[in-house]
Design a binder for this molecule. Structure first.
Ligand SMILES: NC(=O)c1ccc[n+]([C@@H]2O[C@H](COP(=O)([O-])OP(=O)(O)OC[C@H]3O[C@@H](n4cnc5c(N)ncnc54)[C@H](OP(=O)(O)O)[C@@H]3O)[C@@H](O)[C@H]2O)c1
Length: 369
């Protein structure tokens, strides 16, 4: 096992007060304890929640703190109680959900720094064939995809082998479809691959440019969301394919067309209120909630278990089991292109404003700290 010299201090982009400023500062590097590992960060990937946290203080309990969630790098030290330590040792290359979300905003847990502390349930060891840039595009999408299925009430097997499908899902094979609205996105492309691995037929929407690649990673049928008849075409496809389409995963800001597609696909059937479900990764607007009610569709924001222990088990299954196994087997692939922004941590603030203003298409902004 290699040993690493851990510096006493490192550079971090610190959010000093609500809404900023964000400043590069020197922080002490703390050693991991218990179920923590210390990761030397090679690549940081930016997500929408980063500017949402900056602008609104979402999930920030106190300042100063360090934002950011997604990294790839190398473990340089582990706590004494990590689970399955043989999988995650100093020298192991990993991707990680490195976040202050469930860590009371403590600075050492946020991704925007050179060394970050991560709980062992948020990390996936990665094969040598997966480069750090590609790996860093994965963490937020993979857990948010699974959180949607958990929220929808599907049995997410939070213990055991990733190959073991929950029995209720197995029974549905071939006869049930899921609609993923916005499969061109990072979250949507993960949800697509996860639904497919559960045995569902997966209908997706994206720009037609992405259709071929989405069909290759598990989509059954792909529709262009810009087509004015898209909702009708999706409902017609479900009827023609003889599948029940009662669940949609929405990865874009409006849920309205997905609500319409699910309602239309079930018009005149004996679906009960509560059978038709839309789960939304973005927070819903009043218009989404009202439209869902009018159409008899239940809409839910994607969530993870409330209880700390259950949540840790959920994430352990997502990162240490499912994502690890499926990356290794090649059944789960990164779809977003990494766009590396020069300038390291100092380049993050201005890139946050770019991401906030413009829609990216299959791209992640990344930084080498
Ligand atoms: N609840 C949570 O915990 C959570 C976690 C992560 C993300 N989120 C939210 O989930 C959303 C997705 O995040 P992300 O990182 O996956 O986003 P992203 O990768 O930046 O998504 C961009 C993609 O959205 C697609 N898109 C835009 N408008 C669309 C439309 N009207 N119909 C269909 N597709 C459309 C575009 O696809 P094309 O290229 O095909 O045009 C584009 O590639 C964001 O709003 C984010 O804030 C929530």
């Amino acid at each position: 096992m290699p040993t690493f010299t851990i510096p006493k201090e490192h550079q971090a982009l610190v959010l000093t007060a609500p809404k900023g400023p964000l400043e590069v500062q020197t922080l002490s590097t703390r050693l991991p304890v218990g179920r923590e590992v210390l990761v030397k960060v090679e690549v940081i990937a930016m997500n929408h929640v980063d500017y949402i946290q900056l602008e609104t203080g979402f999930h920030v309990e106190h300042y100063p703190t360090v934002l950011g969630t997604d990294v790839a790098g190398t473990i340089v030290a582990t706590g004494s109680e990590v689970s399955q330590p043989e999988q995650i040792q100093p020298g192991t290359r990993v991707l990680a959900f490195a976040t202050n979300f469930f860590a009371h905003s403590l600075a050492e847990f946020g991704a925007y720094q050179q060394y970050v502390i991560v709980k062992d349930w948020f990390i996936t060891p990665i094969p040598d064939s997966l480069d750090f840039h590609t790996a860093a595009t994965i963490p937020m999408g993979t857990w948010t995809g699974w959180a949607g299925f958990y929220t929808a009430g599907l049995t997410v097997p939070i213990a055991g082998n990733a190959a073991e499908l929950p029995s209720d899902v197995k029974a549905a094979n071939g006869s049930q479809a899921i609609l993923v609205w916005g499969a061109g996105s990072s979250v949507g492309s993960s949800a697509l691959q996860q639904a497919s691995s559960l045995g569902y037929k997966v209908y997706v929407t994206s720009k037609s440019d992405h259709h071929e690649s989405l069909l290759k990673i598990g989509a059954t049928k792909a529709f262009d969301y810009r087509d004015e008849d898209v909702v009708q075409k999706i409902a017609d496809a479900a009827i023609a394919d003889g599948v029940s389409l009662k669940l949609a995963y929405v990865a874009v800001k409006t849920s309205i067309p997905a609500i319409d597609a699910i309602a239309l696909a079930n018009k005149g059937t004996d679906a009960n209120p509560g059978d038709l479900i839309v789960v939304s990764a973005p927070l819903m607007e009043d218009a989404d909630n009202m439209h869902a009610e009018e159409k008899g569709v239940t809409i839910k924001f994607v969530l993870t278990p409330d209880d700390d222990e259950e949540r840790a088990k959920f994430f352990y299954w997502v990162f240490r089991i499912w994502t690890a196994e499926k990356i290794k087997s090649g059944e789960f692939v990164a779809t977003q292109k990494s766009s590396v922004i020069e300038g390291g941590l100092s380049a993050i603030p201005k890139t946050l404003s770019v991401l906030q203003k413009y829609e990216v298409s299959r791209e992640k902004f990344e930084f080498e700290p």
